[in-house]
Design a protein. Structure first.
Length: 112
């Protein structure tokens, strides 16, 4: 992980993952995805809200040779189309990633 500015001159710094970090954390992302799906099941498998694509959790990622990080989705909400239950339970994956020192960002997706 490397501490970088979100964009030049912003003075807004984040810890961005690098390729080796993504590879190392892949099993963690898989566990978090599974736990998020289990939480959805515990809550009754609701499919409410607008049909949205791209709902999930992203991390800041720094590609080799770049100075500016980009957001890269590492956990996708694929078990329903509705966005409300994902929004209601977003604290679970974000908290689990934070336990591993990873800054996750919830993406509410875009309406289809």
């Amino acid at each position: 992980m490397r501490r970088v500015e979100t964009y030049r001159g912003s003075k807004d710094f984040v810890l961005a993952l690098e390729p080796a970090d993504l590879e190392y954390l892949t099993p963690t992302f898989d566990r978090v995805r599974l736990e998020w799906a289990k939480e959805w099941q515990r809550r009754g498998c609701k499919d409410e809200g607008s049909c949205c694509l791209g709902v999930g959790v992203s991390v800041y990622y720094l590609r080799p040779g770049k100075r500016k990080p980009e957001r890269r989705q590492v956990i996708s909400w694929t078990w329903t189309q509705g966005d409300l239950e994902a929004d209601r339970t977003r604290h679970l994956p974000l908290g689990m990633l934070a336990e591993h020192g990873v800054l996750g960002v919830y993406d509410c997706g875009r309406m289809d």
